[in-house]
Every structure is written in structure tokens, then in C-alpha cells.
Design a protein around this ligand. Structure first.
Ligand code: HSE
Length: 309
């Protein structure tokens, strides 16, 4: 029904969780992006306004929201169109799923405007088109939790198999986001295309350990499993002060810490809000001692992803 409007928000996400490159991600409470959508019968996508970030394109072919809505309109029928405005609460190039939040909000909002036409899996696929534009790779480990909330395992990409994992009640996440920017495409370019078998064995041991730890609510096992032998050794050089941040998080009582997505944000998982507050304080002081500007967030794992706002 042309003229129907909706406002949705979708949260920042921490993907990879050290041992789960491209297959694990969790949703935070904040920050988040907000997208206002209006259904039209023009068959086109028009981006009226982008607030909170001056350098994103309003060309629908060059904007993740535009790409997602064009794909939604192609699935819904040729006369379906959208007008949108976007409010960025998450800085691009942050490592906490800035493009994913916008893409997830667009897919979620389009689905509601179109009478819940799409399955969850179809919404994830739509949002992945935004990731393809943003990073050159249609990975689902940010868009899935941004859409669905909680902690998500992407068990398979072909066919897409998204699995919602158990969230232990005391699990908190701290994120320190330095004011620098890393393009996901650049960070992906640093990775080897082949992983030696001995490295793979260590990585999948930790991945299985983390999943088991979540289900058993075994916080020590979660902590022991938050190790990345694949991406972190290659990418951490891009993040000034990474080693100090990580060691500070551990000294302050974090279960584990690592690069959030492709960085530069660094995350730490903690048991309980008090521990998370102490870890955030310690990591913030470490950043100040280096003279690096940053934002800091602390949040339980958000049970909700994209939602009407
Ligand atoms: N899994 C992706 C990567 C997330 O690490 O490249 C990007 O934020």
C-alpha cells in the first residue's frame, strides 16, 4: 500500500568473536542506526537524507540501504518502490557492523511494509547484498544478529543456515571503538586464502568450545575459547594499541578479548555488569594513556535485533 511508512532501528554487532571468522556474531544494545521507510509504487528507491555521516552516497546503487531495498523491490514486484532516510548512529569502518545495521534495518522495514512477505532467511539474504556492496563479500555474521538479535552461528552459507545460539544470562560485551577507520575490504585482503591444517584444528577446537561454553553457561570455557589463530595475527597490526587494550581487558577480569569484526573496534566478553564496567574503565584508561580518541560501549547481549522504533 503506497504511502505506508515505518521507522526501524537495528543495532551494532560484534562479529567473529575471535574463533568464528565469518560464522559468529552477537547483537549489542547500542549504538544503532535508524531508517525511515515509505512504500511507493514507483518501482524506484530514493534516498532523501542521510544524517550522522556526511560521506555516504545517496545513490541507491552505491548505498547499502539502496541496494537492499532494490533487491527487496525486485523480489516483491516491479512497481514496488521506497523512499528512505537514514540516521547513522554507527560510524562506517568501525568493526561493529555499521553497514550491516543499515542493511538489516532496510530488510526488516521493507518486510514489514510488504506485509511480512519474506522469511528470516530471505531477510538475511537481502541484507547480505548490502554487505556485498560494502565489503566485497556477502558475509552474514553481522547482518544476522543485527536482524535477529542474540548470538548467531552461520552454520552454512550455501545453503544459508542461520542458527540462534543460547545466550548465557550474565554475558556482557565491552566495545572500545578507536576513532580510526579500517575498511573491511582492506582487512579481508590481509588474510591468507588457505589455512594450514594444524591452525584449522586449533581454530575449530575453540569454535566448538565457545558454542559448548555458551550452552553450558560455562564462563571459563567461553573465555578459554576466545582465541583467534586466523585473522587476529594478521589484522591486529592495523590497530594502534591493540596488544595493550587486550592485555588490559584480561588484567581487568575479561573472559577474553579480540578484534570486533574487521576492526578497529576491540571487544571483550565479561561475566556480569560489574566486571564489564571495570573492564570498560581499564580499557578506556589504556586508550587515554595512548592519546587515542575513542568511543566506549558496554551492553549485555541484546536479545532483539532490528525492531520498529
Ligand atoms: N567476518 C567479517 C570479517 C566481519 O572479519 O571480515 C566484518 O566486519
Amino acid at each position: 500500500m503506497a504511502g505506508k511508512r515505518i521507522r526501524v532501528k537495528a543495532p551494532a554487532t560484534v562479529s567473529n568473536l575471535s574463533c568464528g571468522f565469518d560464522v559468529l556474531g552477537l547483537a549489542l544494545d547500542e549504538p544503532f542506526d535508524v531508517v525511515d521507510l515509505e512504500l511507493t509504487d514507483t518501482g524506484t528507491v530514493v534516498i532523501d537524507d542521510i544524517r550522522g555521516c556526511g560521506r555516504l552516497s545517496r545513490d541507491p546503487e552505491q548505498n547499502v540501504v539502496g541496494v537492499v531495498l532494490k533487491a527487496a523491490s525486485a523480489m516483491a514486484g516491479s512497481s514496488t518502490g521506497f523512499r528512505v532516510s537514514i540516521e547513522k548512529g554507527i560510524r562506517p569502518g568501525s568493526g561493529i557492523g555499521s553497514s550491516s545495521a543499515s542493511a538489516a534495518a532496510a530488510a526488516f522495514g521493507a518486510n514489514l511494509l510488504l506485509g511480512e512477505k519474506f522469511t528470516s532467511s530471505e531477510m538475511v539474504r537481502l541484507a547480505m547484498e548490502g554487505e556485498r556492496l560494502a565489503s566485497g563479500a556477502a558475509h552474514a555474521d553481522n547482518v544476522s544478529p543485527a536482524l535477529l538479535g542474540g548470538i548467531i552461528l552461520v552454520r552454512s552459507y550455501e545453503p544459508l543456515d542461520i542458527v540462534r545460539l543460547h545466550v548465557p544470562p550474565e554475558l556482557y560485551c565491552v566495545v572500545i571503538h578507536p576513532e580510526t577507520e579500517i575498511k573491511t575490504s582492506v582487512a579481508r585482503g590481509l588474510l591468507e586464502s588457505q589455512v594450514p591444517l594444524t591452525t584449522a584444528v586449533r581454530q575449530w577446537g575453540n569454535l566448538a568450545g565457545l558454542v559448548a561454553g555458551l550452552y553450558r553457561e560455562d564462563y571459563d570455557l567461553i573465555g578459554r575459547s576466545l582465541i583467534d589463530f586466523v585473522a587476529e595475527p594478521k589484522r591486529s597490526v592495523l590497530i594502534e594499541g591493540f596488544d595493550l587494550l587486550k592485555s588490559t581487558a584480561m588484567e581487568c577480569g575479561a573472559l577474553g578479548a579480540g578484534i570486533s569484526g574487521s576492526g578497529p573496534a576491540v571487544f571483550a566478553l565479561c561475566r556480569g555488569g560489574d566486571s564489564a564496567a571495570a573492564v570498560m574503565k581499564g580499557m578506556s584508561e589504556a586508550m587515554k594513556s595512548q592519546g587515542i580518541g575513542f568511543d566506549a560501549y558496554v551492553s549485555p547481549v541484546s536479545r532483539r535485533g532490528a525492531q520498529v522504533w
